[in-house]
Design a protein around this ligand. Sequence first.
Ligand SMILES: O=C(O)CCC(=O)C(=O)O
Ligand SMILES: [Fe+2]
Length: 693
Amino acid sequence: TEETDGFKRFMRSAKKYDLNVKVLGLGKQWRGGDVANYAGGGQKVNILRDGLEEFKDLDDLIVMFVDSYDLVFSGDKSEILEKFAKFDAHVVFSAEGSCWPDESLREKYPPVKATEKRFLNSGGFIGYAKDIYEIVSYKSIQDNDDDQLYYTKIYLDESLRQKWSIKLDTKSEIFQNLNGALGETTLKFKGSKSYMYNFKTGSSPVIIHGNGPIKSEFNRLTNYLVDSWTVNSGCQACEEDTISLEGVREDDYPTVFLGVFVESPTAFLREFFEDLAALDYPKSKIDLFLHNSESHHRKVVNKFLSEYKGSYKSQTYITPFEDVDESMARNRAIDECIKKNCQYFFSVDSSAHLSNPRTLIDLIQQNRSIISPMMTRDGRLWSNFWGALNKDGFYARSEDYIDIAERRKIGVWVVPFISTVYLIHGYRLPALRNSNTSPNMDADMAFAQYIRNKGIFMYITNRQMFGHLVNSDNYDIEHVTDELFQIFDNPTDWEKRYIHEDYHKQLLPDTEAAQPCPDVYWFPITTPEFCQNFIDEMENFGQWSNGKNADPRIAGGYENVPTVDIHMKQVGYERHWLWFLKKYVSPLQEKVFLGYIHDPPHAIMNFIVRYKPDEQPLLRPHHDSSTYTINLALNTPGVDFEGGGCRFVRYNCSVTSSRKGWLLMHPGRLTHYHEGLRTTKGTRYIMISFIDP
Ligand SMILES: O=C(O)CCC(=O)C(=O)O
Ligand SMILES: [Fe+2]
């Protein structure tokens, strides 16, 4: 009765196999009951009777009747007719393994072999128009009676069975009902063709029916069936039914209602907004709606809002101080979008970094009901879609989940759950009011379930790299800059924010490292922001040592060459720093001190040193207890302080014009006797590691 996504999928398959379909019931009021959960569907018999009226006297016309929402064709007319002929029957009904809706009729069915299906399913049958017309006219049936029971009773009446020469397709030659049979079927590919194979009966059925409570699994299979995707040809359905914004004037771009949701503490939120603002789409066509429920994030949010004030078509901000929870905010966004008559609703959560600026345009052009750009967490399989559901409606891993998440299979996939970022056609929204609310369920779970129940398809596309998801599982908001501590969970974001843009160049074979003094190497490694965040973190902690020899923080309690410093252990950064040494410092070392490979590098002494004229201004000549030492400048001579620098006595060579974010690397013992020169004004900060003591 409705033009659902399932119906469109069905029609696509009919077109693919060049079958002429007469659609019955479209636009009618459905009075057949809730057939997903209860018996019903009698209306289908009535509709079919009316539809067959004009053919009732044709005894050489073969017709096939099939459901559509949960069914696709997988073969053409000649294949269907050939198979039908082999039955030597006038009417063939599809069969399944369970006896529904009246279990008590079980034993009335003729027995079948163990590999076959014994019971009638009314979702598909084929036969001569005259016989079928007589069957559907045999008795009257109420719209909300059960159609399957109607046909079952006819079939189980031996005289009627013979009269109309009715057989069941017990070996799934033509019809494959999948409920209870998923385990005996598999997808097969042959060049650019896909089909289903039943290895229990050895058949390749041409009508595939996702009957019963296996809709998600059926949807998954139809990502491949009807030649939608094959191993050899990849995604053949991807370019179908798309639209193009190519050549469209910006003024004529569709209107997008952008709902942004900051619902929990989120790492790298600043970068999230940078990506959002950089989307390749005219802001004059975007209504911005932002809900922030974290007062912790209000500064970053406000900065984004004020920076783009007046740029978006409109700006709505629901602050953390308003009494609006996540579900309410999400529902409200949908309502606002409807009110504005938006053409698209684009929902983006703060963990979705849309680093591909084409994302929004790509999604619009893909032209699906609800579509989400696939994203995963940095180097993880965690993504914003599920490939399958378990019995309770929670996450289950589908057979193809990893291939899709890792983009080994590329395409546009119908899936049972999407979250975090998605685009919805505006005309779909009225059906989705209050879709984010369900008792005892998170908003995203409620939303996906609601859509599934509506029979609307959710697609995930991995045709492009769209960006990634930030992982905020271990995001503590107790530091001055919490991102500093995110080197493990969000390595890509961390690197982008904190590793010097010229760092990677240093590793190229043709790049020669700067050498300001003999065997003292000089590398850009961290950004100025890292240096500033690091200093701020330490100053906030504030427990600088007194620069005396007695030092309870170290084994033995005595420091020969003491500095005013803070150890990484004291600020909970030891693990992070050691990883930094392994990941970023070791490769540099291996380049300049050839043949010395210690993986992972070892370091017990990792500390930030503070020099001030009236505190500790200098450090007398000494050796370090290290194989090599790194000395990272955290601020700038001539700007933040006067004097300072490091002098290597043996070579009478000093590095005084140190560069913020650049480190010095030098041997620790024997050759590189060195001293810290006097800081005469301001404060000098350096970060030191004694590596491989
Ligand atoms: O001040 C400098 O640059 C040298 C620091 C140093 O040698 C040390 O902390 O061991
Ligand atoms: Fe030193």
